[in-house]
Write a protein that binds this ligand. Structure first.
Ligand code: SF4
Length: 233
């Protein structure tokens, strides 16, 4: 079990489980490498060692949970994810998988799939992977399933520009133009060669994506959550 960090929001009765599983991609500026803890916490602490499955379930048993998010370094490749899904299904908890789409996971209620790039050389430059076709096919499989599907991409000026965001939006619209799409602002790390996008660049990317999709939103790191988040591991 690769869960090394957990946060809880009492108002939302929501738990976030952060994984450190062997992600098949090597994204430039991977947030889990540079900010392994929930970015909504005030503290800048250090990650804990991964929990054994029974230790994790023991902690979760004592908490009222309406919704759980699986995120971090790729939850879909953790072999214990299915056991966790069974645990939450028995409790009728809404499950949300934040994923790069490398694997298709059944039994989850909601999936947010990150489409890193569509153009092969950009996908390679960003993730180190050879091409995005596996992920795009998996996106189509999720779209045909009963799961509630949404998509997100990261806008990185100089690497993933608004034009690439527009291509991704065009691809999503070919699957279903009603799928919600969020454009996240890249968060640079110390010594980074890329910078965060401006609000104007984010709005431009949103405008281009809106030509293809009905629901497009943008997320900048300055946007704060409106509810409390506590570290529980
Ligand atoms: S897919 Fe996600 S976890 Fe994997 S390297 Fe990229 S940003 Fe990091």
């Amino acid at each position: 079990m690769a869960v090394y960090h957990m946060t809880y929001s009492p108002e939302m009765e929501e738990v976030c489980l952060y994984f450190d599983a062997p992600c098949p991609l090597r994204c430039w500026g991977c947030i889990t490498d540079f900010r392994p803890l929930d970015c909504h916490l005030e503290e800048v602490g250090v990650p804990n060692p991964p929990l054994a499955l029974d230790e994790l379930l023991g902690i979760l048993e004592g908490i009222k949970i309406r919704r759980v998010l699986f995120l971090g370094k790729e939850p879909s490749v953790d072999p214990h994810l299915l056991a966790l899904l069974d645990f939450f299904k028995a409790k009728k908890t809404h499950t949300v998988l934040i994923t790069n789409g490398w694997e298709v996971i059944g039994g989850v209620d909601e999936v947010c799939l990150s489409i890193k790039a569509l153009t092969p050389h950009l996908f390679k430059a960003y993730t180190g992977g050879s091409d995005p076709s596996r992920i795009l096919e998996n996106f189509k499989i999720y779209a045909k399933s009963r799961v509630k599907l949404r998509a997100e991409s990261v806008l990185i000026p100089g690497l993933i520009n608004p034009e690439e965001i527009s291509r991704i939006a065009h691809f999503i619209s070919g699957v279903n133009p009603g799928i919600p799409y969020r454009i996240d602002a890249y968060i640079p790390h110390p010594g980074d060669i890329y910078r965060a996008p401006t609000h104007g660049e984010l709005r431009m990317a949103k405008r281009l994506a809106k030509r293809h999709l009905k629901k497009v939103s943008i997320l900048h790191s300055s946007v704060k959550r409106l509810w409390n988040v506590e570290r529980i591991y």
